[in-house]
Design a protein around this ligand. Structure first.
Ligand code: PMP
Length: 419
């Protein structure tokens, strides 16, 4: 049998729904910012596991640490037991990430994935405040389990639950209204106690909305949100699952807003190697769970601790942040030039750092561009309520040559689609 033949998935009746049809290839190998399919065709990865592969595929130093660890019979599964790999990670995370940023947080392992950290954040916020509702924002995305879905501003995804989801109130995200209108609206809503509006336990926010269309909150807007939360005793949860770990240019996406969120959700690239790991950072005064109030079998994956510890080496040297800044400037310049040179795109450049894209109001155009790019050997995703944005999400370690090659393919794809 020809293993490149995708029909094998359809023939296995039990798995007919287990691959994405928009990337019609069977992948077999990956390194850095490249992937190969079973026919040996090479692809540039401008998707990076939706932000789970910020350091690229099979990053050599992490791979070596992992192989050594396995070779030496390092613990794989430990449930809540203390392990050396866990201790090493916690120490490194504190030394390299938290301390230099003057951040005092307790680190919790809520379960293996992004939605687990969001669920734990919603849960602790309710326990701490004794309140029920959570304010979320238009076009936000926080995961597919009931709680995370309830605070996701995405009706298509919410349909998966079949019934209305409760205890969540959606407010306008920064780009939904002009200037500071969304903030005024939010404050008036909170002040309107006479209508029986319940003051919420928390607000949950992505600083740049990955799935919702690369909608980008201004830093001053984020700062005002923090102030509003403080005024009302509402806990601020920043969901940095996609925007965190360097994706927007700094380790945490909110650093330049100068805020200290009550709760921070991390996953995707925190494991460093594409291995499942999630962290919930909580302020010490909110650490109010008794033992057993939040546990789970796969909390903390020791292989992911090993790679995560090694990944933090990147953050010990400011050169890494500098390189993200320099390369993301090239991405912005490229996207601006596309918008200028291809007026038929009616494009709008959105995003921050390595989390940028172009929104086009032309129905189906962004998806067609992504499809054409795939045929030409570049993997790219679309996002937004209408898939109106094609997003450039290469690993942060991509070199100039990779960027240039990718830009070339994207440009050719646009030319071909608009022709
Ligand atoms: N929050 C955000 C901002 C995300 O982008 C995602 C995943 N795309 C999640 C939460 C959920 O993460 P996971 O798919 O690992 O559950």
């Amino acid at each position: 049998r020809n293993m490149t033949d995708l029909t094998i998935f359809d023939e296995m009746e039990s798995s007919v729904r287990s691959y994405v049809r928009s990337f019609p290839a069977v992948f077999t190998k990956a390194s850095g910012y490249k992937l190969w399919d079973t026919e040996g065709k090479e692809y540039l990865d401008f998707f990076a596991g939706a932000g789970a592969l910020n350091y690229g595929h099979n990053e050599p130093r992490m791979k070596k640490k992992l192989i050594d660890y396995i070779q030496n019979d390092g613990i794989t599964h430990s449930l809540d037991k203390a392990t050396e790999a866990k201790a090493d990670f916690l120490k490194r995370f504190n030394d390299v990430i938290l301390k230099p940023r003057d951040m005092e947080y307790k680190v919790m392992f809520p379960g293996p994935t992004g939605t687990n950290t969001v669920e734990s954040a919603l849960k602790i916020a309710r326990k701490v405040t004794g309140r029920t509702d959570v304010i979320s924002f238009t076009r936000g995305f926080h995961g597919m389990t009931i709680g995370s879905l309830a605070v996701s501003g995405n009706s298509a995804k919410r349909k998966g639950a079949g019934v209305p989801l409760t205890n969540s109130v959606t407010m306008p995200f920064d780009n939904f209204m002009d200037e500071n209108e969304s903030l005024d609206y939010l404050e008036r809503f909170l002040e309107d106690n006479g209508s029986g509006v319940a003051i919420p336990a928390a607000m949950i926010l992505e600083t740049v909305q990955g799935e919702g269309g690369i909608n980008t909150a201004r830093f001053e807007w984020i700062k005002r949100i923090e102030e509003i939360c403080e005024n009302w005793g509402i806990l601020l949860i920043i969901d940095d699952v996609q925007a965190g770990v360097g994706r927007t240019g700094t380790f945490f996406s909110f650093e330049k807003a100068g805020i200290k969120p009550d709760i921070i959700c991390l996953s995707k690239s925190i494991g460093g190697y594409g291995l499942p790991l999630a962290l919930t950072l909580i302020k010490p005064e909110h650490d109010q769970w008794s033992p057993g109030e939040h546990n789970g079998t796969f909390r903390g994956n020791n292989h992911a601790f090993v790679t995560a510890t090694e990944s933090l080496t990147y953050w010990e040297d400011s050169a890494f942040e500098e390189s993200i800044k320099e390369k993301s400037g090239k991405i912005t310049a490229f996207l601006n030039s596309l918008v200028r040179r291809f007026p038929d795109l009616q494009g709008e450049v959105r995003g921050r750092g390595f989390m940028q894209g172009i929104a086009s109001p032309v129905e189906g155009l962004s998806s067609k561009i992504a499809e054409e790019a795939f045929n030409r050997g570049l993997i790219m995703e679309t996002s937004g309520g209408n898939d109106e944005v094609f997003k450039l999400f290469p690993p942060l370690i991509i070199d100039d040559q990779g960027l240039e090659e990718g830009f070339g393919i994207i440009e050719e794809s646009i030319k071909s689609v608009l022709a």
